[in-house]
Design a binder for this molecule. Structure first.
Ligand SMILES: *Cc1c(COP(=O)(O)O)cnc(C)c1O
Length: 450
């Protein structure tokens, strides 16, 4: 019988994370202090992060050992299967081979627990009792609620208000794992009160929720902040995806010609692709493509500049492709991937031509999601469906050109909590929206002067 899932034994789980910083031809520019505009030092970050994570943030070591206790928890769902998408290939009639890594098998349903667990572990080790964090669609909050609970940490999640109301079951999941959830902007922080003062009807944004969580952590000694994407240590933890995939491709006797990943802040893309980008830097032929929504076109339309990570301007300035820190995605956008910037690591790799980027409208993305669900069975997270759209286009190009390429993508999560967005698509309520160039220009004019 033909193989559908290429699986690894638990013994074959990677014991180290791969740090691409060691091999990048150009290192990303350092984060700057929002006040002094000087590079931030470890002491600037120690109010909100444990030292072990700060060390990983700045490390140039190629391999970083995964703590034993983290590996034991990873074993609850890792190694994740690599699927050969034979039914999707047939449905498309393509000669290309399509593979995907299924990160939706984690307890929270996405790749995010890969970093939530070590973040909870290092905070617990540092004597922290409480984590304040933000969540957009709810996946990061779910992952942190699950991971924090395992280590006996209290978790407070500032959840973007529009999602809080649109996705009530995510909140239920977070509360089931023991976390407390507030709709952001909330009245609990100065940042939240300021936004509500300007606009009492504000539907919130990831940037606003980050401001609230960072303020909460910075003003409570027993509390740290945790971020689900963008920062180097987060991308590092996600490399278990790509490291496993390399072993699985070896077992399958294959190697990808092109890798697709959806890109919100860049963590799942970096996780799946970093070990392959290392091969590429070493001379191997492999393309890596970031896929983003046309309503939040960070890489394809943004500019590589220093900008705040949040809306209010509390976080360090990051050198990244950005749409401006006060970017608020349009209300009709249902597909996630709404962050105004991207991981500095991903941005540097993009700038250096080691990864490519493309953007798609949400109707085409949901159409791709349906094609996938109706052939492979799994209902993908709308975010992941962006990668699927890229893959399907590539597979159809292969059909046209009669090319037998090997296409690989990361299925970053399942979409069972996102059926509201599917409902909106199926009932014809979703419209395509391209974020206007003038609005991007205006927002970029408000960027901090460095
Ligand atoms: C959070 C999330 C993303 C986007 O975040 P990245 O940091 O870009 O990976 C993508 N897919 C799923 C399922 C997510 O939960």
């Amino acid at each position: 019988m033909e193989q559908t899932k290429i699986v690894l034994d638990e013994k074959e789980m990677p014991a180290k994370w791969y740090n691409i910083m060691a091999d990048m031809p150009n290192k990303p520019a350092p984060p700057l202090h929002p006040g002094t505009k000087q590079p931030v030092g470890p002491q600037d970050l120690s109010a909100i992060f444990p030292m072990a994570l700060i060390e990983q943030e700045v490390s140039a070591e190629r391999w970083i050992p995964i703590p034993e206790e983290v590996l034991k928890i990873y074993a609850l769902w890792r190694p994740t299967p690599l699927y050969r998408a034979r039914r999707l290939e047939s449905a498309l009639g393509t000669p290309a081979k399509i593979y995907y890594k299924h990160e939706g098998v984690s307890p929270a349903g996405s790749h995010k627990p890969n970093t939530a667990v070590p973040q909870a572990y290092y905070n617990k080790q540092a004597g922290i009792r409480r984590i304040a964090t933000e969540t957009g669609a709810g996946q990061w909050g779910s992952a942190m609620a699950f991971a924090g609970g395992l280590f006996g940490l209290d978790v407070l999640v500032y959840m973007v208000k529009v999602s809080y109301h649109q996705k009530p079951y995510r909140r239920s999941a977070m509360e089931t794992w023991g976390a407390k959830v507030l709709a952001s902007p909330s009245g609990e922080t100065n940042a939240g009160r300021k936004v509500l003062g300007d606009d009492p009807e504000s539907s919130g944004s990831l940037g606003i929720a980050i401001s609230e969580a960072v303020e909460d952590a910075a003003t409570h000694a027993d509390t740290n902040y945790a971020l689900g994407s963008v920062l180097n240590h987060v991308l590092l933890h996600q490399t278990v995806i790509g490291l496993e995939a390399q072993k699985q491709f070896e077992k399958a006797g294959d190697y990808p010609d092109v890798i697709y990943g959806c890109c919100g802040g860049g963590s799942n893309l970096a996780g799946v692709s970093s070990p392959f980008v290392r091969d590429k830097i070493g001379g191997r032929k492999v393309r890596v493509v970031a896929v983003e929504p046309t309503s939040c076109p960070t890489l394809t339309k943004g500019q590589m500049r220093y900008d705040f990570g949040d809306t209010v301007g509390l976080t360090p300035l990051l050198m990244m492709y950005t749409l401006g820190h006060d970017f608020v995605p349009p209300g009709i956008h249902a597909g996630g991937l709404r962050y105004h910037g991207d991981a500095p690591l991903i941005c540097q790799l993009y700038k250096d031509g080691l990864i490519e980027a493309e953007a798609h409208g949400q109707r085409a993305v949901f159409e791709a999601a349906l094609t996938f669900a109706r052939s492979e069975g799994i209902i993908p997270a709308p975010e992941s469906a962006h990668a699927i759209k890229g893959v399907i286009d590539e597979a159809l190009r292969c059909k046209e050109a009669k090319e037998k390429k090997t296409i690989f993508f990361n299925l970053s999560g399942h979409g069972i909590f996102d059926l509201g967005a599917y409902d909106a698509y199926l009932s014809g309520k979703l419209e395509d929206y391209a974020y206007p160039e003038e609005k991007i220009k205006e927002a970029l004019a408000r960027l901090p002067v460095v």
